[in-house]
Design a protein around this ligand. Structure first.
Ligand code: GAP
Length: 439
């Protein structure tokens, strides 16, 4: 019997994430820092699994993709050329009475404060980039910004990739890394944060082929939502209208997800034309054009950009997986995570902790599986029922138990399925291929 309660889901999920070591509030012991979150051991494991699936699909499995890891701090001229210094802003309003600040475009009533009902002032544009100074001088020439998107680090390295690898079109650059946005109103747990992580591709194409490449990536984005196990009916496309798109985009599709707090943007797919290469060529005076050997022509490639938020993927995966049901007679909470992303694939138990022969065999199996899969844990704490509940709560798909029959009759171990609670006997020699078949 499955029963998902949307209204309490976020509260319960945030509490589970903290209790079980997925995600903690940033700087918590000092009262926190709004818009920042720290990933604990299980959160990091989930994040890495998601990033690895992305890297595999978009970099390792392809021949046309170049991985990157560019610096977060960049020359301020990068962000002047890209249009972020002049245009990366949200409308900010301040309440004249309580002095609280809000994003004007997210308010139902743009005149009245949603908190104290006081009068709101005029909206003004607020630039979301975090500004800092490099070195000891604090003059204008020392200004730098924490990058607001990872994309910039790829455009400025476009020529380096041409010179080092001489690729043919189409080809892409891919990067996973942090980006920073001074959001006026961070909210909804890790949905809108100030320090975020993106997985982005800048895919360079011949201008007249942009449509087919856009369509290819449109399919690939859907495939990735399957890789991480998202319920497909909760993912939706939104064609972003003229006027609502980012300044660099001629076409954007937002991939939205049904989060517990509503349907919101998960990923973006944009056609950035030659906007960036053109702007950086003009501003840096470095020629970023491409000589096409086939047509013997020189031109600026156009760009298709699929952009994925790591945190939003985690939140979609976690909220989709959060399940309350009754197994046997017992109510339980569990994460129905795909084995491909689950922080732990399998937990190994001895049936009883005070029987050295059971413990020794369980430890032996644990050691072998750990060497091969990494994401394996050993648990002999409390009774077996409690151990199952603990593993269910962190989304471990399989619990492997060594019992007396394992030792006496050579019939293998029991493997319990998280979702059904059903157990089957599996030979020890077949455990590895069993687990492999699920990831
Ligand atoms: N390079 C294109 C770009 O940055 P974007 O739509 O501003 O486009 C891309 O961001 C993705 O980054 C979003 O779809 C979302 O997944 C994630 N993202 C953006 N702002 C975020 C924030 N404040 N907190 C968490 N994730 C964010």
């Amino acid at each position: 019997m499955e029963n998902k309660k949307d209204e309490n889901l976020m509260e319960n999920l945030i509490s589970l994430c903290k209790r079980r070591g997925f995600i903690y509030q940033g700087s918590e012991i000092y009262g926190g820092l709004a818009g920042t979150w720290d990933y604990g051991p299980l959160g990091v494991a989930l994040k890495k699994n998601i990033e690895n699936l992305w890297w595999k699909r978009f970099v390792l499995d392809r021949e046309d993709m170049y991985g990157m890891d560019a610096a977060i701090l960049m020359n301020q001229n990068v962000w002047k050329a890209s249009g972020h210094v002049s245009g990366f802003s949200d409308p900010l309003v301040e309440c004249k009475k309580c002095k609280k600040r809000f994003r004007a475009d997210q308010l139902e009533d743009q005149k009245k404060c949603p908190e104290c009902k006081g009068e709101l002032g005029e909206a003004r544009q607020f630039n979301m980039m975090f500004k800092t100074h490099i070195g000891a001088m604090e003059d204008d020439s020392a200004i730098s910004y924490l990058r607001p998107e990872t994309a910039g680090g790829m455009f400025v390295n476009f020529k380096n990739i041409l010179d080092s690898f001489h690729p043919r079109l189409p080809f892409g650059m891919a990067q996973i890394g942090k980006a920073f946005r001074n959001e006026i109103a961070p909210r909804d747990f890790i949905f809108r944060v100030r320090e975020l992580e993106q997985m982005e591709i800048e895919y360079f194409v011949k201008p007249d082929t942009w449509k087919e490449n856009f369509e290819n990536f449109r399919k690939q984005v859907w495939e990735f939502t399957k890789d991480v196990g998202l319920t497909q009916e909760k993912v939706h496309e939104l064609e972003v209208a003229d006027g609502d798109r980012a300044h660099y985009s001629k076409r954007t599709i937002d991939f939205e997800f049904d989060f517990p707090f509503g349907r919101k943007e998960l990923y973006g797919l944009a056609y950035r034309t030659d906007f960036d290469l053109k702007s950086h060529t003009e501003a840096s005076k470095v020629d970023l054009s491409f000589f096409d050997e086939e047509s013997k022509q020189r031109f600026l490639p156009h760009v298709i950009e699929p952009s994925f938020g790591v945190g939003r993927t985690l939140l979609a995966v976690l909220s989709d997986a959060y399940t309350e049901d009754v197994l046997g007679d017992e109510p339980r909470t569990y994460l129905k995570l795909s084995p491909r992303v689950a922080p732990v694939i399998a937990a190994v138990f001895p049936l009883l902790k005070n029987k050295p022969e059971l413990v020794a065999k369980a430890r032996e199996i644990f050691g072998e599986l750990k060497k091969e899969f990494g994401r394996i844990i050993f648990d002999d704490n409390g009774n077996i029922g409690k151990r199952y509940r603990r593993q269910d709560e962190i989304g471990t798909p399989f619990c492997i138990t060594v019992d007396f029959e394992t030792l006496e009759k050579d019939v293998g171990v029991t493997v319990r399925d998280r979702d059904t609670g059903k157990q089957e006997r599996i030979k020890i020699s077949e455990l590895s291929s069993f687990l492999k078949s699920h990831i």
